[in-house]
Write a protein that binds this ligand. Sequence first.
Ligand code: PSU
Ligand code: MN
Length: 315
Amino acid sequence: MFTPIGKNFLPFCSSEVASSIAEARPVVALESTIIAHGMPYPQNLEMALSVEKIVREQGCTPATVGIIQGKIKIGMTHPELQWLAEQNGVWKVNTRDIPYVVHAGATGATTVSATIFCAEAVGISVMVTGGIGGVHRGVEHSWDISTDLAELAARKVAVVCAGVKSILDIPKTLEYLETAGIPVITVGSKHFPAFYLRESGVVTNTWLRGAEEIAGFLKCTWSLSSSGGVLVANPIPSEHAGNEKVIAAAIEQALQECQEKGIEGKSVTPFLLERMCILSGGDSLRANIELVKNNALLGARVAKFLCQNSDKDLS
Ligand code: PSU
Ligand code: MN
């Protein structure tokens, strides 16, 4: 007999994540596409473990999300992370792929979209990543717009990222976010960051100083509307930021190669990330690791403030 689980994803949580949720302790969701498709081995595993450590040092529980042999995992164990980091041919799972990969008993790494879908289903309200997917350059021909944006509009989760890489069309991505009604908060400055760079040239005017203010803002947002996510764009620390000209040249070349090779669909982002890493002599990878760690620190602090202040209500 088929028993619908509906949105009860609690059985998919590790015991550590389940008890943190049950005791209303702060939990931070983490994606796994960045591990399987965003970075090479072994840096991907080192990054995943150090991000979890940063989250723990702030007194929060990390919940890396993925699918191992058809089982959704919210809070992957060290061996599971190791397995995912080493595998080739792991599925890149956005929200619509979850049922197929579960049904096939396959292994998959979740993108931001699938991660926030799972996070919301168990009541986790903060997720940390490097950069979200967005509107691709040349969208007028390709119609390539990441599911991350539609999912962020629907899920009650704050996603902490370092903005959007300029492999995407940043102004169009921000237009989409506005159309979808997703608040965009920049941290410490009104400039929307561009992943390796602290500024993209686009100004948001909705900026906050740090974790405590952001947690207060999230409470306010969710007291006014019971659904929908928030994008928190946290600029890369200056000492790790890339050189604008070097980054722009690497992006142009990577995009050209992508077009020449006819790469399309979900292979586009992993291809561009890998080429960027090679073309920049590893600089892009180093910056990527540092900005994810920086986001983990902020995300964990936000999650902590959200829990601490849970008795203060606007109503
Ligand atoms: N952008 C990055 N690094 C990444 C990704 C995006 O700078 O690793 C990954 C994230 O998992 C994101 C996904 O959710 O790519 C978006 O893929 P697509 O564009 O196919 O929706
Ligand atoms: Mn796409």
